[in-house]
Write a new protein. Structure first.
Length: 710
């Protein structure tokens, strides 16, 4: 409505209509033109009332013409048809200075296709489905194929659409090159058909040796670059790019009349499924991980389902049938209301069955939110065609249970599979994982990272397992996995953890305990009961420890003695498979009474004793520098007790270990400043005067004499 002084003498009012259906001129303007002056106006009355419109006009002037669509122009008449694009109808090509193109949303004077044959934007109007679709395409571009409303299209979607348009143009060029093929020089082979013809003249032989080869590698490389680019874009832009690429790939056809023996990159029928696999996998993850609006989520899925896939890609038809997070079956599983992952609907059983990338994405999102109970419920209920991939995910269920503080359930989950057809997680444990689980069970703490192997700080999440439960579960794990059973690292971990306190540093380091040697009758009682107890642990599921032996007062010591008996049994059966024994001996720490108990029982069988001693001597020979550094950290008191343990053994073969260790120290006195304190320890325990034997006495006296001369 104008405001210039010169225009105040002219009269007229333009009102914007709110109701498109009731307006006779369209949806742009409503004109009220009081051209016939009334008696009231002539008398310059200030108010005019229109009874029909319930409108009171207090002031009139000639209105400025507001911007409007061409079909709403009041100056130039407009003719409507459904989809006439050949030429302008009537005076549709005429326009005023404020006429806008309905398609381009620009002034008609700026529209480049106003009267262009086969386009004719001047004929466009809002009562035609054809012209509405044209307008949507002009405003939304390639995004129109996703059936998005204009209000749904944001900057990310537009960016993805512009990248997709450029890709489609480049792909068209590369695909046309593929359709042309590469001409190869004809190879003339001898004809074996009947009748036999000269080389190169038999059509049958020529068809077996095509002169044109169609290589898809150029298209494959272009699509791969585009998919790589999509991984760097925002989720909405990437989804548009991936879905658009899938639609274009589905249109590609192999022009070869017969099978051409090409690689997976050069062959269209091999390359396209490979690319679609990558596209659908990424889209599956995005539908789970990205919080798309519900309408957009459904339109993405509907768009993919509308793609007409070729026969060699039929396997992808239902790839994006990803249930949303608020799906009834999924939510009941996550909440713990449904433990089986199945429900009956209209007499049919429905299962929670998902593709592996979807399962991986759901687990990833739940773990990020630290919803570990929901992760466990989901993994126990969901089903998948990729049984190995699902099994690998389920192997982390015990770790997630530890995260919740339920260490007893975690220990059981290691030994019992989710279903009867699967193998238990214990069968696939590594020595590192075995030690980590024992540490968690012992201390009630877990690493704060997302994986059991993350070097993250440890925190307490619940009460630890009792010692009796811990030793039973640990031995069952060893009995369930032969590679763990024969691994000295696992036995040293078990002994070390049994001889440590429940306190754990944030770094994950344990505090070793020095357990007092229990009475001999107690040791003999535990050893007597341990034989049958170990056999039951191997054969039975539920085993109870004798309460009289595993008493609250000496439960630490009893568990350590039971571990000693288990190590002894392992040596009797699997000594040839053992690669080391020194680390098992060192794992006892300052609990030398338990190590002596083990060594004494080994001497009952000569070949076991000799094999064990040879292993220790070999370890000492190979790890001299490591042992010197370890002894430096542990101090002369520990070294003295360690050497005395072997030097005072009644079996001379076992004494050779102490002598060999003493020679290592003697040969490296320059890096053993604590050796003089070791000499004082030998004096205090009277080692020189004990009945050690000729060789042992000679070496001990020689070592002591070195420091007596200083």
């Amino acid at each position: 409505m104008g405001s210039s002084k010169g225009e105040e003498e002219e009269q007229g009012v333009i009102l914007i209509s709110d109701d498109e259906t009731e307006s006779t001129l369209g949806n742009s303007v409503l004109l009220v033109d009081p051209s016939e002056k009334t008696a009231v106006e002539e008398e310059k009355t200030e108010e005019v009332v229109d009874d029909e419109c319930d409108l009171m006009v207090t002031f009139c002037k000639q209105a400025n013409v507001m911007p409007h669509a061409r079909y709403d122009c009041t100056i130039h008449p407009f003719e409507r048809t459904e989809c006439d694009t050949c030429s302008p109808l009537g005076k549709n090509a005429d326009f005023c200075s404020q006429c806008y193109c309905y398609i381009c949303d620009k002034l008609a004077s700026e529209c480049q296709n106003w009267t262009t044959p086969s386009l004719c934007h001047c004929n466009a109007h809002n009562k035609s489905k054809f012209w509405k679709d044209q307008r949507d395409f002009a405003l939304a571009g390639v995004l129109v194929m996703f059936k998005l409303e204009l209000m749904e299209i944001d900057a990310d979607l537009r960016h993805g659409g512009s990248l997709l348009i450029n890709f489609i143009q480049e792909l068209s060029v590369e695909y046309n090159k593929y359709l042309i093929g590469e001409k190869l020089p004809p190879i003339q082979h001898e004809c074996f058909c009947l009748p036999k013809l000269p080389p190169g003249q038999c059509n049958i032989c020529r068809s077996r040796n095509p002169e044109v080869v169609y290589k898809y590698s150029g298209v494959f490389a272009l699509v791969t670059r585009f998919l790589n680019q999509s991984e760097r874009e925002s989720p909405k832009a990437a989804a548009v790019m991936l879905l658009g690429a899938a639609k274009e790939l589905a249109l590609h056809k192999d022009p070869a009349l017969s099978w051409q023996n090409l690689g997976h990159i050069d062959s269209l029928k091999l390359a396209v499924p490979y690319l679609l696999q990558r596209i659908t996998t990424q889209l599956q993850r995005m539908l789970v991980l990205c919080d798309f609006p519900k309408n957009l989520y459904e339109k993405f899925i509907n768009f993919f389902q509308s793609i007409s896939l070729p026969c060699h890609c039929f396997g992808f038809s239902n790839s994006l049938n990803v249930v949303p997070w608020d799906h009834v079956l999924l939510t009941t599983v996550l909440k713990g209301q449904n433990t089986t992952g199945q429900r009956t609907q209209k007499g049919r059983k429905i299962f929670l069955w998902e593709a592996l990338p979807v399962i991986q994405a759901r687990v990833e999102k739940l773990v990020d939110k630290m919803n570990y109970k929901e992760v466990v419920r989901y993994l126990r209920a969901v089903k998948c065609n990729d049984t190995k991939g699902l099994r690998d995910l389920r192997d982390k269920i015990p770790f997630y249970l530890c995260k919740t503080g339920d260490f007893l359930d975690a220990a059981h989950s290691l030994l019992f599979p989710v279903n009867s057809l699967a193998c238990c997680t214990a069968c696939r444990l590594t020595p590192f994982q075995f030690e980590a689980y024992l540490k968690m069970f012992r201390t009630g703490s877990v690493p704060t990272g997302k994986d059991i192997q993350d070097p993250a700080p440890w925190i307490t999440t619940g009460p630890p397992l009792k010692d009796g439960v811990l030793i039973k579960q640990a031995l069952k794990l060893l009995f369930s996995n032969l590679s763990l059973y024969r691994n000295p690292k696992c036995w040293s971990s078990l002994i070390m953890i049994l001889g440590s306190s429940r306190l754990l540093e944030k770094s994950g380091h344990l505090h070793p305990l020095s357990l007092k040697e229990p009475p001999l009758d107690f040791q003999e009682g535990v050893l007597a009961a341990s034989g049958s107890l170990l056999q039951e642990l191997k054969a039975k599921v539920n085993v109870s420890l004798p309460p009289a032996i595993f008493s609250p007062q000496l439960h630490h010591e009893a568990c350590l003695i039971l571990a000693v008996q288990a190590v002894q049994q392992m040596l009797f059966c699997d000594l040839p498979f053992l690669t080391s024994f020194l680390e098992i001996a060192l794992a006892f720490g300052k609990n030398f009474w338990a190590l002596r108990l083990l060594l004494d029982h080994l001497s009952y069988q000569e070949h076991i004793l000799h094999g064990t001693v040879n292993l220790i001597l070999r370890d000492l020979s190979r790890q001299k520098a490591t042992m010197l550094k370890l002894w430096q950290n542990l101090g002369p008191q520990y070294v003295g007790e360690f050497l005395c343990l072997f030097l005072t053994c009644r079996h001379k073969k076992m004494q050779s270990i102490g002598l060999f260790a003493l020679n290592i120290i003697t040969e490296n006195l320059h890096v053993c400043p604590w050796a003089k304190h070791l000499c004082r320890f030998f004096h205090n325990v009277g080692l020189r005067y004990l009945p050690l034997g000729t060789a042992a006495h000679h070496e001990v006296s020689k070592f002591i004499s070195i420091f007596e001369k200083l």
